[in-house]
Design a protein around this ligand. Structure first.
Ligand SMILES: *[C@@H]1O[C@H](CO)[C@@H](O)[C@H](O)[C@H]1NC(C)=O
Ligand SMILES: *[C@@H]1O[C@H](CO)[C@@H](O)[C@H](O)[C@H]1NC(C)=O
Ligand SMILES: *[C@@H]1O[C@H](CO)[C@@H](O)[C@H](O)[C@H]1NC(C)=O
Ligand SMILES: *[C@@H]1O[C@H](CO)[C@@H](O)[C@H](O)[C@H]1NC(C)=O
Ligand SMILES: *[C@@H]1O[C@H](CO)[C@@H](O)[C@H](O)[C@H]1NC(C)=O
Ligand SMILES: *[C@@H]1O[C@H](CO)[C@@H](O)[C@H](O)[C@H]1NC(C)=O
Ligand SMILES: *[C@@H]1O[C@H](CO)[C@@H](O)[C@H](O)[C@H]1NC(C)=O
Length: 317
């Protein structure tokens, strides 16, 4: 009994290893022979990190190994990448605008943190569907300023509270010490700034003291699904200085109908072309029933095939 048990184990193990290898080869999705990740970040084609591994210059990702873990940067964008998705979105880590006034010293000396944060995005636009403009703090005026082409767009968010306790007694961003508003579509550069609108000091309040902060206020554009009111606020207070923001990307500047006529049309194999709205260029999608990377030759695989491998491997164990 013992013998046969020992004799049996290697089989499912080898099988599982085979399955894991198959799945990672589907998931890695870069061109053959190309590095496919920078630290924890997967870098799928059309993005790439070395010569011959990316579609055009705007998809060049630089992996900076001098950070631990390494950080990836997209060409022309000086913000670290935190996620690349083939559905036309990627996430970058963006600074929080912060305004702190030290009322325990005489006057209202500001700390040395910038009270503005600016992002410029040459080939891409900030997602209006995935992000929210958010302000935290009592007595807070936050301003989002951006450009859609030459058109200047401004949004303001104001948050108030009677005491710091208000902030932590609410579980949603409902106007007490927190304000959220949608991000307008099509913005390519934004500046977020934050300031106080009164001279009233909250720093004497016990609530503020117990959180070891002075009279601070914060503003940022952040991926809405990553935002949890109470936890995010405490993380930010605890010095987590960057938050994820989603930006849109697309191939080229042409629409699907124009691009299809060219020899460098990027949608390969079992895929179709999708026009992007409010952003020039197009995206590729695997046809229904297929998944994988539509930008590489034979990158879209039948879903049934993968499911069968799963089932087979599972019954093998
Ligand atoms: C990596 O980051 C360091 C620190 O910011 C910088 O000095 C260096 O130039 C970067 N290296 C590359 C290849 O970008
Ligand atoms: C990366 O983006 C994809 C698609 O939007 C999403 O499913 C995934 O959860 C994201 N990963 C992280 C770590 O945020
Ligand atoms: C505020 O000012 C006081 C007195 O100048 C100083 O001791 C304290 O460290 C300052 N606090 C912060 C957070 O800068
Ligand atoms: C944003 O874009 C506008 C219009 O193209 C330009 O005038 C402005 O200087 C840009 N701002 C930043 C901070 O890059
Ligand atoms: C505030 O700082 C003190 C001393 O540094 C520490 O003991 C306490 O846990 C801190 N409180 C919070 C809420 O972080
Ligand atoms: C495809 O080629 C055309 C010229 O024929 C060029 O204008 C366009 O930028 C190219 N697109 C890509 C995605 O390389
Ligand atoms: C595209 O931008 C226009 C304004 O330029 C806006 O009215 C429209 O809702 C936007 N469409 C999408 C899908 O974001």
């Amino acid at each position: 009994m013992n013998m046969s048990f020992h004799g049996m184990t290697p089989f499912p193990l080898i099988f599982l290893l085979g399955m894991v290898m198959l799945l990672t080869s589907i998931a890695s999705q870069s061109l053959p022979g190309c590095p496919d990740s920078c630290g924890d970040l997967k870098v799928p084609y059309p993005f790439g990190m070395s010569e011959g591994c990316y579609l055009t210059d705007k998809f060049l990702v630089t992996c900076n190994q001098s950070f631990h873990p390494p950080k990836a940067f997209l060409r022309g964008l000086h913000l670290p990448l935190s996620n690349i998705s083939l559905d036309g979105q990627l996430a970058v880590l963006q600074s929080i605008a912060r305004d702190c006034q030290n009322h325990s010293s005489s006057g209202a000396a500001k700390d040395d943190h910038p009270d503005t944060a600016t992002v410029s995005l040459p080939p891409v636009a900030i997602s209006d569907t995935e992000n929210r403009f958010t302000a935290f703090g009592c007595d807070t005026t936050a301003v989002l300023q951006g450009y859609r082409g030459k058109e200047r767009i401004t949004r303001k968010c104001i948050s108030l509270c009677d005491s710091m306790g208000d902030l932590f007694n609410h579980n949603s961003c409902s106007g007490f010490g927190c304000c959220q508003t949608p991000v307008p579509a099509g913005l390519r550069n934004i500046t977020v700034s934050v300031s106080s609108f009164s001279s009233k000091s909250y720093s004497d309040s016990d609530d503020w003291a117990s959180y070891n902060i002075t009279n601070c206020r914060y503003a940022f554009v952040m991926e809405e699904s990553k935002f949890k009111f109470s936890t995010s606020f405490k993380e930010i207070l605890n010095g987590k200085e960057k938050v994820p923001m989603v930006i849109n990307w697309a191939i080229g500047k042409e629409s699907c109908s124009e691009a299809k006529k060219k020899s460098n049309f990027s949608c390969k194999g079992k895929s179709s072309c999708v026009d992007t709205s409010n952003l020039s260029g197009y995206l590729c999608r695997c046809l229904p029933g297929y998944q994988g990377n539509p930008y590489v030759e034979d990158g879209c695989h039948g879903i049934c095939h993968t499911a069968l491998v799963f089932k087979y491997a599972y019954s093998g164990v």
